[in-house]
Write a new protein. Structure first.
Length: 136
């Protein structure tokens, strides 16, 4: 059996220290980019979860009001507080749900449900609106 010949022809074998350093640098930059994208995706998913929860809280309250008789719909502004685990809370809880019922027109009630919460140093809000007519 013959020996395997050196393909470069100049007697060098392996990689130089500079080639290895450059390869490790490129790999490090690529991995740091992936890590930052992963962090952004996780934060985006967390925000989406809170937005979906807030929308559900607003929609649930609006549906409860719609299932109430027209005469029993309270006028004015009511506020309740919900913790992050969706249990009832007190002022300063994670979510604040405010229901505003406008009775300026005696034939209809304009209803707005707003859920607000703090996220990344600013107040975020979800609002749902409807108008309910007196059909009785």
């Amino acid at each position: 059996m013959g020996k395997i010949k050196n393909m470069t022809g100049n007697g060098q074998q392996g990689f130089t220290l500079i080639e290895i350093t450059i390869a490790i640098s490129i790999l490090t930059i690529a991995l740091l980019g992936l890590i930052s994208v992963t962090v952004m995706v996780v934060k985006g998913n967390a925000f989406s979860k809170t937005m979906t929860t807030a929308t559900t809280l607003a929609s649930d309250r609006l549906e409860a009001i719609k299932n109430t008789s027209y005469a029993a719909i309270p006028s004015g502004v009511t506020t309740d507080y919900i913790n992050a685990d969706l249990s009832a809370g007190v002022a300063g809880a994670f979510y604040t749900r405010t229901v505003t019922v406008d009775t300026s027109n005696p034939e209809v009630r304009a209803i707005q449900v707003e859920v607000s919460w703090q996220w990344a140093g600013s107040t975020r809000r979800v609002r749902v609106n409807t108008i309910i007519a007196d059909t009785g």
